[in-house]
Design a protein around this ligand. Sequence first.
Ligand SMILES: Cc1cc2nc3c(=O)[nH]c(=O)nc-3n(C[C@H](O)[C@H](O)[C@H](O)COP(=O)(O)OP(=O)(O)OC[C@H]3O[C@@H](n4cnc5c(N)ncnc54)[C@H](O)[C@@H]3O)c2cc1C
Length: 416
Amino acid sequence: MRGVPTNAIRDISPSDRVLDYTSRFRTFLDAEVAPLEQELHSADAGTPWNPRLDDKGRMHPLVWEARREVQRRSAKAGLYNPHIPAELGGGGFGRVEMQHVEEYVYHASGLGLGLAALAWTEGANPALTHVSDVARGRYLDPLMAGEVTTAFANTEREVGTDVLAMGTRARRDGSDWILDGTKAWITNAHFADFVQVVAVTEAGAGTRSLSMFLVDADAPGFHRGRDIPTMLNDGLTGELHLDGVRVPAENVVGEVGDGFALAMTWINWRRMCRGGMCAGWGTWLLERATERARTRESGGRPIGELQAVQHLLADMDADVFAARSASLVGQVELDELGPFDIPAHRDVPRLVSLIKVVNDEAFFRVADRAVQVHGGTGLLLGSAEEKLFRVARNLRIPAGTVEIQRNAIARGLLRP
Ligand SMILES: Cc1cc2nc3c(=O)[nH]c(=O)nc-3n(C[C@H](O)[C@H](O)[C@H](O)COP(=O)(O)OP(=O)(O)OC[C@H]3O[C@@H](n4cnc5c(N)ncnc54)[C@H](O)[C@@H]3O)c2cc1C
């Protein structure tokens, strides 16, 4: 039966190069990130996780610039792109290795500026490993050097989950393409230097109907739209308008018709990253809750002596342990299948969705219990618990809702 582990002993321990990465990352946090965090603290711009917003509702420029500086320094230190193949200049790490890296980065950084040091949705991603040689020099290399940032533009106002029903169109004009449409809910919409736009190139062709294009944010006809304020309140989400934007043939990612597979490559990458993110942040919240239980008193003794509070901590531990273990097992299997191959191996979608749904739901319970252990302090606006509770609620929707993950899991199980 599918999904039953083989007898092979699979190694889920961190490799030597992961240990080297995490030790260099620790030094980087202390030497390069801490001074920037201190500078930001003295400016009146908010914190990396609760930035002040400008008059358009966008992340305060000083917070954005501090993040950008961390990215540039991280790229220089060889820490920004461990997930990109070595032949393209990245670290060439597999998914098990990346889960350890992500866990370390989220645990060590908490909610600080250090999070920007590892490429997130604004940085290099596996879909971009399919760019043409010309586009590699113009887009991927500067992106990996931290000189520019990008965004992934798939969703529209009317179409989220039902991606094949999107309205953005690309039509040929000689060897160029002309793009028209509006994208919504796009992370980094306000700041991206270029955007990975997914558009219909052959209506009615099902999973071959879409293509992915690299579009310069200063191209004629490209406009940044309104801010879309969400409960994350980070001023990073917005709309993008494409009004007859001309794009050269070399800016098509992969082949014409690969857009759905490339979009899934990007989305699956974000889904797999949940394993390390939730393990890192979950452990951080558990440590903070444990410390709180040791020091906060009720009735003259630490609340940690109360069984009610002990059970909250134990349930947090159980969720982090189970989600982390399940994810590592999933990542091992994905490393064997080739997680970003196009076309994807038939067993990939179920495994990726298992990682996402297990982590999204476990981390939501962990964040909820972390607030509970802290009492009123956990509800304080700007506290780590309050912010991560909002993040945890958010995680169950972007990169595919938890319902859609269940659809993919069931499809994998019921496949003839
Ligand atoms: C903070 C944030 C950042 C985002 N960043 C990006 C980004 O960078 N790039 C990008 O392209 N998009 C981005 N998104 C969009 C995100 O991916 C979509 O919101 C998500 O895929 C869900 O789509 P929707 O909002 O249209 O919900 P809908 O598709 O309208 O779904 C509504 C409800 O119906 C359910 N549902 C819908 N269809 C089905 C089905 N077939 N089976 C079962 N249940 C179903 C859903 O699970 C959900 O509960 C972001 C969203 C947020 C909130």
